[in-house]
Design a protein. Structure first.
Length: 86
């Protein structure tokens, strides 16, 4: 993403169709008051990123479950921990 297109918020407003077209090819950074504000990406790119994030979360949860099981946490111990109101 080193060559991300950058455009001001005013230009993005005035040329929204062009921004949408450009975002199909690469992310478009929109600045406000000279600072990055948002990035516009294609729906395909967004879906791909969401799938990667979901898979990473699934793997992290699996590793956490395996670690908990290795430490002796089972269904009964978990139920007891969740029922403890102290």
């Amino acid at each position: 993403m080193a060559s991300m297109k950058t455009i001001t918020a005013l230009d993005a407003k005035n040329r929204f169709g062009e921004v949408m077209e450009a975002a199909q090819r690469q992310p478009v950074s929109i600045t406000r008051n000279g600072r990055p504000s948002v990035v516009v990406i294609s729906a395909e790119s967004y879906a791909r990123r969401q799938n990667v994030a979901r898979e990473r979360m699934r793997q992290a949860m699996q590793r956490a479950g395996e670690h908990a099981a290795a430490q002796g946490l089972n269904e009964d111990a978990l139920a007891k921990l969740l029922a403890d109101e102290s």
